[in-house]
Design a protein around this ligand. Structure first.
Ligand SMILES: [Zn+2]
Length: 245
C-alpha cells in the first residue's frame, strides 16, 4: 500500500529538484483512490499537511526568481467558474500547498497541462512569481467565494492564474472559485447573487457569453459541477448565474 514517507520527503524538499518525484506520488495516490477511498483521503491529507507545514517553515527549495509569466497577461474578457471540490473552509495556505503539489510541481517536471508546452520551464526551480509578504504563493484563482457570501481576494487582476488548463484562456481570464464541493449540488441562490455582483462590479466589460465553467475549457474535468450546464431536460445553474447579470 502507498504510504507517503514524510521523513524521506523532509530531506528531499531541500533539493531544488524535489518536485521531479511528485508526478509519481500523484500517480500512486490516484491508484489508491480507486482501491481504498478512506486510505486515499488519509494519505492525501497527510501529503497536503506536510507541504502546508513545510511551506510555512520555508523549508521547501523554490526559485527566488524565474520566468515572468504575468508579462503575457492580456485584457480581461473571460470569467472561469470553479469549485474547490473540498469541504468549505479551505484556507489560503492550504490552497497554496495543494496547488504547489498538484499544479506547479507536475508542470515544472514536464508533465503538467497548464503552461504552454512550447515555452520550456522543465527543470527550473519552481517559481510562481506571486509573492505575499515575502512568501511565494501558488494560488490558481483570483477570488474565493466563502459560504457566508464573503468574496476573498487571492491573485490580483494583473496576475495570471494557472487554472483553466489552457494558457490562452489563463492569460485573459479571471478565476472565481466557490469554497465548497458542488459536484452534485447547486450553490445557494445567495452565492450565485454574490458571484454575479462581483462580476458586475469588477468586470463589467466581460460579455455574458464569455463566462464559462472550468469544464467548458477543459473537458477532462467536471468542475465546477455536474449540474452546471443545462441539458435537454434540466436547467443548469450556469443559466441561473448568467441570468443575474
Ligand atoms: Zn476548476
Amino acid at each position: 500500500m502507498f504510504i507517503f514517507d514524510t521523513k524521506l520527503w523532509s530531506k528531499k524538499i531541500a533539493d531544488p529538484f524535489w518536485y521531479f518525484d511528485v508526478p509519481d506520488v500523484i500517480r500512486e495516490l490516484k491508484s489508491l483512490h480507486d482501491q481504498d477511498r478512506s486510505e486515499y483521503e488519509n494519505e492525501k491529507e497527510k501529503i497536503y499537511d506536510f507541504f502546508e507545514e513545510q511551506l510555512s517553515l520555508s523549508n521547501i527549495a523554490l526559485g527566488s526568481q524565474g520566468e515572468d509569466f504575468d508579462r503575457e497577461r492580456k485584457p480581461i474578457d473571460t470569467i472561469i467558474i470553479h469549485h474547490t471540490s473540498n469541504l468549505p473552509g479551505l484556507s489560503k495556505d492550504r490552497l497554496s500547498a495543494i496547488e504547489l503539489v498538484r499544479l506547479y510541481a507536475p508542470q515544472f517536471a514536464g508533465s503538467g497541462p497548464t503552461y504552454d508546452a512550447n515555452k520550456e520551464i522543465k527543470g527550473a526551480p519552481i517559481y510562481s512569481g506571486h509573492w505575499r509578504d515575502g512568501v511565494q504563493v501558488f494560488w490558481p484563482y483570483h477570488w474565493v467565494i466563502r459560504s457566508d457570501g464573503t468574496c476573498e481576494r487571492l491573485l490580483n487582476d494583473d496576475e495570471i492564474g494557472w487554472q483553466a488548463g489552457n494558457w490562452d484562456i489563463n492569460c485573459r481570464s479571471i478565476a472565481i472559485c466557490i469554497d465548497d464541493d458542488h459536484e452534485n449540488t447547486v450553490p445557494d441562490a445567495k452565492i450565485l447573487k454574490v458571484i454575479a455582483g462581483l462580476i458586475k462590479k469588477n468586470y463589467p466589460q466581460v460579455p455574458k457569453d464569455r463566462i464559462f465553467g472550468h469544464c467548458e475549457i477543459n473537458k477532462k474535468t467536471t468542475c465546477p459541477s455536474k449540474l452546471f450546464l443545462s441539458t435537454q431536460d434540466k436547467r443548469g445553474w450556469k443559466d441561473d448565474l448568467v441570468g443575474l447579470l
